[in-house]
Design a protein around this ligand. Structure first.
Ligand SMILES: NC(=O)CC[C@H](N)C(=O)O
Length: 223
């Protein structure tokens, strides 16, 4: 049976994720309310603006329900702002007018830094090797797995991960800006922790489907 996969549709590039999931044979549904979360096999949190997704998800009561489901092992894939929402810790949270820092749903033991690769004008694309794609059904085991063309748009990076987190990809130092310490180092941009998957980049914009395919395999228990 086709898995039922929601795309959190409060803000962000919802349509592109629905199209990617649909093209892989999943039943893809936009989700806005806690009730709609109930009968899903998995959820995608799209890129957009994490402060807005945070605010709206708390306002609509989605945050509370989703946190509980994540703790229960519900599969979730977060891209860019979605990655920020899955981080246990945001290194540099924005505060609202009342001085309250933005919140995340959490679930992945990692620290993310927002807008780490620079502002909108610093958006870029790079070819990335990603662990785990070589065993996907769409891949020919006799051929070298092609890299993923990854688009970074005001993207976060992962500053550190806990032991439960598997690093799937890093942007090599030469493609990263100098850190606060004046150093240019490899930066973590894709991780997996149990049933949670997160990427700093947007695979959906360039027609790449393998990250979504990996997520569907995770939902099926095959990856
Ligand atoms: N493309 C994106 O999702 C950008 C994320 C955005 N900078 C944020 O902090 O939420």
């Amino acid at each position: 049976m086709a898995p039922r996969i929601g795309v959190l549709a409060l803000q962000g590039d919802v349509r592109e994720h629905l199209a990617a999931l649909d093209s892989l044979g999943a039943l893809a549904l936009p989700v806005k309310s806690p009730r709609e979360l109930a009968d899903l096999d998995g959820l995608v949190i799209p890129g957009g603006e994490s402060t807005v997704i945070d605010k709206l998800s708390r306002m609509y009561g989605v945050a509370e329900v989703l946190k509980a489901r994540i703790a229960d092992g519900f599969p979730v894939y977060g891209s860019c702002a979605g990655m920020i929402m899955l981080a246990d810790t945001i290194a540099d949270p924005t505060s609202n007018l009342k001085g309250e820092p933005q919140q995340s749903f959490g679930g992945i033991d990692m620290v993310v830094k927002r807008n780490a690769f620079g502002r909108q004008v610093d958006s870029f694309e790079v070819d990335l090797a990603i662990r785990g794609l070589e065993s996907l059904p769409s891949q020919d085991p006799n051929r070298v797995t092609a890299p993923v063309r990854a688009a970074f748009i005001r993207a976060p990076w992962v500053e550190s991960v806990g032991e439960s987190v598997q690093v799937l990809a890093k942007v090599p130092a030469e493609n990263t800006p100098l850190g606060a310490d004046g150093l240019r180092v490899d930066r973590i941009v894709a991780v997996r922790s149990g049933n949670l998957l997160a990427t700093s980049f947007h695979p959906e914009v360039g027609g790449e489907r393998r990250i979504h395919e990996l997520f569907i395999q995770m939902i099926r228990g095959d990856a």
